[in-house]
Design a protein around this ligand. Structure first.
Ligand code: GDG
Length: 738
């Protein structure tokens, strides 16, 4: 874990819920923080940032929805040694539309893959926007330079961009606690809503999800909805870039590990075991929610009882459902269904002395929860969808005795980290029944072996690691951002160039050697550039590495001793030698792509198709339609989804959508050239997304230079295309003088 102190002054947390209560004490009302995982993580993050608790100027500020206990009369108590609470109050009707409506009645079911439970109400979206703006107002009153703002969860998706608009240089993190679903689900949201939500989240600098699947789903949505370039897990915006990564949330391992051994917990455990006559105990605890799969879980247990009469009277399923959202009809319905199922199973299998299921609709105190985690033989955790699921991690962390079996749904984010659990599909009653039987019969040595592995993992990946990794991501971002802002240091660059023995110069064509113009056929380098290239190519390996076809490059550079790479690395021509084809991919994919592009050509006059030998491109610089960029995104999306015999890359460049086989790129060819010769000087200059592949593949000592604004993998920037001309002139002057 990284422990170096970061440079942020204060931590500002924003979440829907404030993790505090106001308690009446002898000294009057006081702010008490709850002991949840997020509070512990935030405290450890503040410590890592070098903040001293009790120091007035570095207290942690927490903005969240305020209830009546937080009203004006308690205002002085909204602060303790460590935290300052900032309740956000809003009109009741707005709160209802924002929280119960848009958040819980639309985003929650939709993002947990229950689209039929989702309600799409325009008034709710209005409330969601207004509520996010209320949070912004509260936050704006607080923000100071040097603050790190960390926004949480699906209730506040618009907030990061709202903050960015008002404080452009703010440092903002955003963490999403629920699953981020595939684009097919996101697409169910009206177009303007999904655009607003994705754009809203992208206001952050670092965006975190629990698993890599959610990261990939989010990137897919960013690409489909906003068509922004994505380089690895970085989204490139015109003025900055955004890091997206998985940061699996976890638990305070030591707290759960030691609490199981507390005397109160041990006594309660003993008490429960006696009450249940030393039966084997299966345990589960969840908030009331259709995502938690409680009814399916009961049906799996019923199947087990049905098939295993020898276990009757020897096992008890203790199932606790914690009241939640039960004013919403779907929650009332699920509660009724659970209670009916419990009643039916107990009626079917129970006897005077044995209740197969002990059900309660209530919450447990922490010692009761700990007693059940440590008393049970099986923790049966079977959500139909869960962002992470902390209950299973808490169970594992509690088992200091290395005993007990975890049965876990493959649809919980946690399943990816805990493969030693018995992993089941929650809708498969037989699989659940079999896992229960396997768990009850599992030899102690096997229980131990599985638990030890899971406990080691959680000990290393605890909640402090989670917040520390999140904080470190900001440091990484800062490092890349600061290199991006570096202009090419011309004097030292020229010195290095002049001193080198073996030089490799890799230049893109359009936007680098030639200015971008409306008709690509007319693009050409200036006479000055041509002259410089000629001199440079006589003294160095100079490669023009372009997406253009062979004929165009050969004509443009006729008589020049440069190497030419055409069609993004598909063809190579050394001076005075014939073309070599580097890419040998089949071309049976072209017909489908061509017919999609042809449809767009007929709809958008002025646009046209360019057919190359290994690629096909739609140019729309001269098409006259207001929404042409949106149409280009639409085409790119269609092409990305289309079936193809080989993997294809869809490139969205400057007023062009191009499709080519994925196998070759400017990067693969740059790498192969560089690997053939021991160069001691490399410069690579380009302006477009395809040049990023080239920048990435070269060694980190190479001079990689991005032309124009925008973030890039290049180490340096040149502001304009004509700066390339000046640079090449200076380089060739050095050679002429030598
Ligand atoms: C969301 C995501 C993600 C529950 N009942 C009692 C009780 N609890 C505590 C548990 C655990 C927490 O509540 C539940 O956390 P989960 O992670 O299981 O589920 P959600 O509340 O839906 O949380 C989820 C999480 O955010 C974090 O990012 O993992 O996927 O849906 O800590 O211990 N605690 C006590 N009595 C109870 O009766 N004391």
């Amino acid at each position: 874990m990284k422990t170096s102190k970061s440079s942020y002054k204060r931590l500002l947390i924003v979440s829907y819920r404030l993790p505090f209560t106001i308690q009446q004490t002898d000294n009057g009302p006081e702010l008490k923080q709850n002991s949840g995982g997020l509070v512990s993580a935030v405290l450890s993050m503040a410590e890592q940032m070098g903040q001293n608790q009790g120091d007035q100027s570095t207290k942690i500020h927490w903005v969240g929805h305020g209830d009546s206990s937080m009203q004006q009369e308690n205002a002085p108590a909204l602060e303790n040694e460590t935290f300052v609470a900032h309740p956000v109050f809003m009109d009741e009707a707005i709160h209802k539309g924002f929280y119960e409506g848009f958040s819980n009645d639309l985003i929650w079911p939709l993002f947990h893959y229950f689209p039929s439970y989702a309600s799409f109400r325009e008034t709710d979206f209005d409330s969601y926007q207004q509520a996010n703006t209320r949070f912004l107002e509260e936050l704006n009153a607080l923000i100071e330079p040097g603050d790190l703002i960390w926004i949480h969860d699906f209730q506040l998706m618009l907030l990061p961009d709202l903050v960015r608009q008002t404080t452009p240089d703010a440092t903002i993190g955003y963490f999403f606690h629920i699953p981020f679903p595939t684009y097919e689900i996101v697409k169910l949201l009206p177009r303007t809503w999904r655009q607003a939500l994705i754009k809203g989240i992208l206001g952050a600098d670092v965006i975190g999800f629990h698993t890599n699947d959610y990261v990939q789903h989010f990137l897919q949505s960013v690409s489909e909805v906003l068509a922004l370039p994505i380089i690895e897990q970085r989204i490139v915006l015109p003025d900055r870039s955004v890091i997206v990564n998985d940061f699996p949330i976890s638990v305070d391992f030591n707290k759960f590990n030691t609490s199981g051994q507390d005397t109160t917990v041990a006594n309660t455990r003993q008490h429960y075991q006696n009450l249940l006559r030393q039966n084997k105990i299966i345990f589960s605890v969840d908030r009331l929610d259709y995502t938690k799969g409680i009814t399916y879980r009961l049906l799996g247990y019923e199947r087990f009882l049905d098939q295993n009469p020898d276990w009757h009277d020897k096992v008890t399923f203790v199932i606790t459902v914690v009241p939640s959202r039960d004013t919403i009809p779907q929650y009332q319905e699920i509660k009724r269904e659970i209670e009916e199922t419990v009643g039916r199973i107990n009626g079917l299998f129970g006897t005077i002395g044995w209740r197969p299921i002990v059900y309660s609709y209530n919450s447990l105190s922490f010692p009761e929860l700990m007693a059940l985690y440590t008393a049970c033989d099986i923790a049966l955790i079977t959500p139909l969808r869960d962002g992470m699921n902390l209950v299973c991690k808490e169970f594992v962390a509690s088992r200091y005795d290395n005993k007990g079996v975890l049965i876990l749904s493959e649809l919980a984010g946690a399943a990816q980290e805990l493969p030693e659990a018995l992993i089941i599909n929650p809708t498969d009653k037989q699989e659940v029944a079999d896992a229960i039987r396997q768990g009850l019969l599992m030899p102690t040595a096997e229980q131990e072996a599985r638990l030890i592995k899971m406990r080691n993992h959680l000990q290393n990946h605890n909640v402090f690691r989670w917040s520390s990794d999140f904080l470190t991501a900001f440091d990484n971002l800062k490092t890349t951002q600061s290199t991006l802002e570096t202009d090419l240091p011309i004097p030292s660059f020229i010195n290095a160039f002049s001193d080198a023995q073996k030089r490799l110069l890799l230049f893109d064509f359009d936007g680098t050697l030639a200015p971008l113009i409306n008709d690509p056929a007319q693009a050409k380098p200036s006479e000055e550039i041509k002259k410089s290239l000629h001199t440079l190519a006589e003294n160095s390996d100079l490669v023009v590495i372009s997406g253009r076809n062979r004929a165009f490059l050969e004509k443009t550079f006729a008589g020049s001793p440069v190497h030419l790479v055409a069609e993004h690395g598909a063809f190579l021509k050394k001076p005075d030698q014939p073309w070599e084809r580097l890419d040998l991919s089949a071309d049976d994919w072209v017909d489908t792509v061509r017919s999609t592009m042809a449809e767009f050509v007929s709809r958008f006059p002025g646009s046209f198709i360019e057919e190359k030998e290994t690629a096909i491109a739609w140019h729309y610089r001269m098409a006259d339609a207001d929404d042409i960029e949106a149409q280009a995104n639409d085409m790119a999306g269609q092409l990305r989804r289309a079936d193809s015999s080989i993997p294809l890359t869809v490139i969205q460049g400057s007023k062009v959508v191009e499709v080519k086989p994925a196998l070759h790129s400017k990067g693969t060819v740059a790498l192969s050239i560089f690997e053939q010769t021991p160069y001691d000087f490399i410069v690579s200059i380009g302006d477009d997304t395809t040049d990023e592949d080239m920048f990435r593949q070269l060694p980190n000592w190479a001079y990689t230079v991005k032309v124009g604004p925008g973030t890039s993998f290049a180490r340096y920037h040149l502001a304009r295309q004509r700066d390339v001309e000046t640079l090449l002139q200076r380089m060739s002057d050095v050679l002429v003088e030598a």
